[in-house]
Ligand binder design. Sequence first.
Ligand SMILES: NC(=O)c1ccc[n+]([C@@H]2O[C@H](COP(=O)([O-])OP(=O)(O)OC[C@H]3O[C@@H](n4cnc5c(N)ncnc54)[C@H](OP(=O)(O)O)[C@@H]3O)[C@@H](O)[C@H]2O)c1
Length: 345
Amino acid sequence: MAVNEAERHAMSRALELAANGPRGANPQVGAVILSPDGDVLAEGWHHGAGTPHAEVDALSKLAPGAAKGATAVVTLEPCNHTGRTGPCAVALIEAGIARVVYSLDDPGAVSGGGADRLRTAGVSVEAGEQTDAAHALIEGWLTAQRLGRPEITVKWAQSLDGRAAASDGTSQWITGPAARADVHRRRAAADAIVVGTGTVLADDPALTARDGDALYDHQPIPVVIGSRDTPADAAVHRHPLPPLFYDTRDLHAVVADLHARGVQNVFVEGGPTLASAFIAEGLADRVLAYVAPVLLGGDRLALTDIGVPSIAAARRLTIDEWVPLGPDLLAVAHFTEDLTEEGTA
Ligand SMILES: NC(=O)c1ccc[n+]([C@@H]2O[C@H](COP(=O)([O-])OP(=O)(O)OC[C@H]3O[C@@H](n4cnc5c(N)ncnc54)[C@H](OP(=O)(O)O)[C@@H]3O)[C@@H](O)[C@H]2O)c1
């Protein structure tokens, strides 16, 4: 049975409701329960990991029996597994829901399959309503689901001759104001920003996302990796979010921990040692290289050993975009080969 006008309208509303939920380990999901006449009976959304899913949140607002014969309009396929909460497909069946309209299939190997379960129980199920909007809403979560970890972008600024710092270690600033403003805009879209202790000790970065002097509303969690101590008066301690310190070189463990904390995308901002380690470990999806028309010479290269012994093993990239930024040029690229499928480089 095709999706009707009331259901289409309810899906738009469910997408609005979904956006009320937090971005994190679980997807943002919204739900609207409609009477057989198309009237809104209840609304709900997912308030974050460990709390009821959107469908159950909406059902909880109805008196027992009130959902009999009703339609549930949900932005994501109702789940089919027992995690911290029970399967939503079962909750809908038990509530007497006669029809479910949802947007995106649940990509989870364990949580997927809710639609089949509903159909088997005799519920009419319609998928694929307003998928573009639903996809845009939870794109970061979907990517993290596909990769099994957050999406990782490695960013650096370099001179035209490929250096990330001058011989004495100073690197502020290689690029101009337009390039630096672009970095801050992109930081504001990231969940976490990662540096090594080398950068903390050399540059004392604030690791905030700033629009001029003002902080962007969304700030990435600052992350420092390495065993050397961060000084007590380091700027990172004044970040609005508490920094995470990892005394390890095991980047896979760090990334897994960030994933468990609900981080969906990570911005690695150097320096050369850490950037190279992420790339060598196959833990990089995208590169942002800001290239400035300046020469620095010396041996402080933008990247060090990335595990490429000969040209045959070169890590090839595909350019998504060349962005002119004042006198500088930004290359936005992704790795042509997908090492994440195989595990490591
Ligand atoms: N141009 C740019 O975009 C840019 C950006 C940032 C920094 N920089 C410049 O880069 C220089 C600092 O470079 P850097 O390479 O020392 O900084 P870094 O990459 O930020 O830090 C290196 C440190 O990261 C830790 N680390 C954590 N996991 C690691 C792993 N898997 N492998 C290796 N090390 C790991 C180690 O710390 P422990 O030894 O403490 O364990 C290592 O010494 C400065 O001159 C700075 O100005 C330039």
